[in-house]
Write a protein that binds this ligand. Sequence first.
Ligand SMILES: Cc1cc2nc3c(=O)[nH]c(=O)nc-3n(C[C@H](O)[C@H](O)[C@H](O)COP(=O)(O)OP(=O)(O)OC[C@H]3O[C@@H](n4cnc5c(N)ncnc54)[C@H](O)[C@@H]3O)c2cc1C
Length: 461
Amino acid sequence: MEQDTVVGGISRTVSHNGYLFDIGGHRFYTKVSLVEQIWREVLGDDLLTRPRLSRIYYKGNFLNYPLLPGEALRKLGVLESTRCGLSFLKARLLPIRPENDLETWITNRFGSRLFEIFFKTYTEKVWGMSCKEIGADWAAQRIKGLSLSALLLNAIRPKRGKSDEIKTLIPEFLYPRRGPGMMWERLHQILEDAGTRVVLGARVQSIEWVPEGVVAVETTAGRFDAGHVISSMPIQQLVRALRPAAPEWLAPAARMFRYRDFVTVALFLDARHLFSDNWIYVHDPGVSVGRIQNFKNWSPEMVPDDSKSCLGLEYFCQEGDPLWAASDDELIALATRELAQLRLAPESAVLGGAVVRMPKAYPVYDDQYKSGLSLIRQFLHQTPGLQLVGRNGMHRYNNQDHSMLTGVFAARNVMGAHYDLWEANVDEEYLEEGRVVTEAELRKLDATQPAVPSRRVMPEN
Ligand SMILES: Cc1cc2nc3c(=O)[nH]c(=O)nc-3n(C[C@H](O)[C@H](O)[C@H](O)COP(=O)(O)OP(=O)(O)OC[C@H]3O[C@@H](n4cnc5c(N)ncnc54)[C@H](O)[C@@H]3O)c2cc1C
């Protein structure tokens, strides 16, 4: 069941007058060999290997990311560089404890100046809250292994193998010739050809259950009997969709998850070459745009002909706020203005645009979500046949490989295996080990038992 009329969810590709763009930009990168094998099987030669270039825009300067020390010194100036160095030394000598929030986590590793220049503005644009309010879990999961010394080493030492890489700094990645949606459109076709129906435009409205397990789903396209339900819908919606209603002890879980929403404004330009980056992080509080994708640099086939470019300006917002509620024309005008303000392209080069609003693009890690997860996991434990997978399905700030792996585990469980989907930590444990995860290792996770997460201790203010 898919409520939308297209497949791919957040990993879809949108097509508009011959221009293609993603919701964000979707690198295909994984250490799980099974996932890569599926990508290769489905896409074959259409899976391109692309070089990565992404820079940070800060006070009118483009700084390479990962940082190059010489360039950072030149562009930030001696005074600012000295301040960065001193604040780094202070952080190493006098780290702040406890290290529960993102600001403290990053400051302890980089110093307060580098935190302000390279992390604060962008991160706060993305999450719409202070870095003090964001749990250190986020950093631990997303930028584990990243430290100033790792960045410096990365800049000066010769590159070694894949297993040696820090995830945030991967120098190349895989990408389908016509965007990530190609993967899901092709898989859709393979399923249909094999006689498996994918029902589009079918919004799941309720999930009927009894103490012995799930019974059926009621959708806008009809009722379907089901002994197994694998859900990727946001957990809060799932709790609200239960019929009979969720037990009293579970009901609060419907209010324990928060999300960040996302608007992509794609601009189509009469420009052969604008900049070489795949994407740019905009660390400039003077504009609302957070990041800019240059889709032609992801794949040349994302534009109708080589004389054109397609940029994706990314705005992080909250459903219903002024940005979200602005009309498409207003958003295209805003993006056009900001692009010119950043001196990336003149307004006259913009031929047109398209807007995609993606609700619940980012599951937020706040002080409540773990309690919510704990409740839903207790319910799953007692309700056979119901499994949660993926990003909002498990409220996990993940990549496609995690969604795919949990999907594969869930399907194997339907066939009689006993995988604990919550153990599929492709980002944390496996990457920390720094090696490719084999199918044999994945199979060892069969029969793992669910573990209830502990609540994070929050600072008092
Ligand atoms: C800006 C951005 C950039 C990203 N970049 C990358 C990247 O570079 N590399 C990478 O690997 N990953 C990236 N990701 C993450 C990637 O998009 C997700 O991991 C992946 O798409 C999650 O897939 P999913 O199936 O779990 O969830 P989703 O993509 O959210 O799919 C869930 C589906 O369920 C449907 N649904 C929800 N409720 C109902 C209902 N009641 N009834 C029927 N259908 C319903 C939705 O319509 C949706 O299609 C990025 C994400 C964002 C937001």
